[in-house]
Design a protein around this ligand. Structure first.
Ligand code: 3PG
Ligand code: CO
Length: 549
């Protein structure tokens, strides 16, 4: 790959360029719902008035999703920011591979099917049970089941992970109703036996990420593989019982369940079976994949590993080559900003806390866990607790390290992620979201000061919105949904809103660029940072939002 060219007219600032990703902090539309506005944010307010301030897109086709009805998410967001271009992402690639049938022509699909057809064993599907299109899509699950039936698979077992985080917080029964009807239909001619076998809330079982809490994988393994969890006759019954036991519980937190028929679990995973983990996104797929693939595992007491053929929907980590078998090839994200800067000898520092550490490293570098030569990565351990109880999270500790890195003078490019606006936004607890956004604002304020002292430049943006849109809207009327007390109903998912793109440059060397950026998205941030560092961005990167000199 070519080297970055130096900009003859501008050699970069004396201090570093600092890229702040305020996770889940977008620009809201409804005053009641916009907790970025409701929070007290003197620093962001000042920047809006006095810095270079633009709105950029962070959802839909601007970040490689199938259409503009798709909200952004941290994977596609950090991919776009880090690689400066828009690639068709997992949701689009899997949708296309299924629609065209190319997925079923691949050797992995054929091996999974031949295995169960030869042995008369079960085909299992584990994955997130919604149409959120962030980690998975229930449409993909249904399409694969139809194809499996067509190809002679007699026994399928589904292990739904209940969402409520990328879709409305207590919406699971809508998906259950739809899926029960689907199953009734597919089973109607009596030629196959397809049913739900185990499941649970996605923040309770299976979908941990970045080694934050392996006990989730332990509970998932017990439910899916060993059929050890509370038994019920149906998924609907399980959900209703859990809700009665703990009124107000969110879908994402529901406990694990197992489905029994005639006193026995219907679908433990046993030797000879095939297993498809049908999430396409990697972060929350890597741990359960390790549990199925690794010969030895120390993170939890797995017990004997059944001898199965396991495949992921997609390759989750290009650098480690995980999983071994996958159904769809991920976007070929190459020539990331980190690689260009590394080749140019620019020292880089990346930091966040556990919950978003992989976002600012692995996602930022195109879903590769390998570091480039000039990069240093730092992880601050996250609390293991519901984040509504600790909404400041590790914002202070992250800021301390960033300020140290700015003052230290070693790094020319510093990138960080403040998770608060997103992680607390996902809890739907309004008061906590306000505190979370205020913690981010305070961190931004301290970074501004350090950047100013060091004669650097700060770029401040977000990967997608969340805390800017905290209330459910009625899809038909567009009005706020109210609960029995007349209060807004919390929304836990990301928003479709644009995000700020702020350049704070006390030296005044940079100016907002008007040409070719009318439709700018967060992918334009890579060229922006490269420009501010004194280089000419690669020709195929989406353009910088500023010009220098
Ligand atoms: C999650 O994984 O927590 C949500 O589905 C998406 O959140 P993120 O894209 O901000 O990580
Ligand atoms: Co999120």
């Amino acid at each position: 790959m070519e080297q970055l060219k130096k900009n003859e007219a501008f050699g970069g600032p004396e201090g570093p360029v600092v890229l702040v990703v305020m996770d889940g902090v977008g620009i809201g539309k409804n005053p009641e719902s916009d907790f970025v506005k409701i929070a007290n944010t003197p620093n962001l307010d000042w920047l809006r008035e006095h810095a270079i301030y633009t709105e950029v897109k962070a959802h839909g086709v601007a970040v490689g999703l199938p259409d503009d009805g798709d909200m952004g998410n941290s994977e596609v967001g950090h991919n776009a920011i880090g690689c400066g271009r828009v690639f068709a992402q997992g949701a689009a690639l899997v949708g296309d591979a299924i629609a065209s049938g190319s997925m079923y022509e691949g050797s992995v699909w054929q091996e999974l099917i031949a295995n169960v057809n030869d042995k008369g064993s079960a085909l299992h599907f584990i994955g997130l049970f919604s149409d959120g299109n962030v980690h998975s899509n229930i449409n993909h699950l249904e399409a694969m089941l139809l194809k499996a039936k067509e190809q002679g698979v007699k026994k399928a077992r589904i292990h739904p992970l209940i969402d409520g985080r990328d879709v409305p917080p207590t919406s699971v029964l809508e998906y259950v109703e739809r899926f029960d009807a689907f199953l009734a239909d597919i089973n109607a001619d009596g030629s196959v036996d397809y049913c739900v076998a185990s499941g649970g809330g996605r923040m309770n079982i299976t979908m941990d990420r970045y080694d934050a809490d392996w006990s989730m994988v332990d509970r998932g393994w017990k439910a899916h593989v060993k059929a050890e969890a509370t038994p019920f006759a149906s998924m609907k019954e399980a959900i209703e019982q859990f809700r009665a036991n703990k009124p107000g519980i969110l879908d994402q937190d529901l406990p694990a369940f197992v489905i029994e028929r005639d006193g026995a679990p219907v679908g433990p995973i046993v030797d000879g079976d095939s297993v498809i983990f049908f999430n396409f996104r990697g972060d929350r797929s890597l741990e359960i994949t390790k549990a199925f693939e690794a010969d030895e595992i120390t993170e939890f007491d797995r017990g004997p590993k059944p001898n199965v053929i396991y495949a992921g929907m997609m390759q989750y980590d290009g650098d480690l080559g995980v999983p071994e078998k996958y159904l769809v090839t991920p976007p070929a994200i190459d020539r990331t900003m980190s690689e260009y800067l590394s080749n140019a000898g620019v020292k880089q520092f990346a930091i966040s806390e556990t919950q978003k550490y992989g976002h600012v490293t692995y996602f930022f570098n195109g879903n590769n866990s390998g570091k480039f030569a000039t990069e240093t990565w730092m992880e601050i351990p996250s609390d293991v607790c519901p984040f509504e109880n600790a909404p400041v999270m590790k914002a202070v500790e992250i800021t301390d390290e960033v300020v140290k890195a700015i003052e230290g003078g070693e790094y020319k490019f510093i990138r960080l992620n403040f998770p608060n606006g997103d992680m607390v936004g996902h809890t739907g607890v309004f008061d906590a979201v306000k505190v979370a956004v205020e913690a981010v604002d305070a961190g931004v304020g301290r970074i501004m000061e350090a950047v100013k002292q060091a004669n650097g430049i700060m770029v401040c943006s977000a990967d997608h919105g969340n805390s800017d849109d905290m209330c459910e809207l009625d899809k038909k009327t567009g009005e706020l949904k109210l609960n029995e007390e007349g209060k807004c109903k919390p929304k836990t998912a990301h928003s479709l809103n644009p995000v700020p793109a702020i350049v704070y440059d006390p030296s005044g060397v940079s100016k907002a660029r008007k040409a070719d950026v009318a439709d700018a998205g967060i992918a334009n941030l890579a060229a922006t940072c490269i420009t501010l560092l004194g280089y000419v961005p690669p020709a195929d990167y989406t353009p910088s939002i500023v010009e220098v000199g």
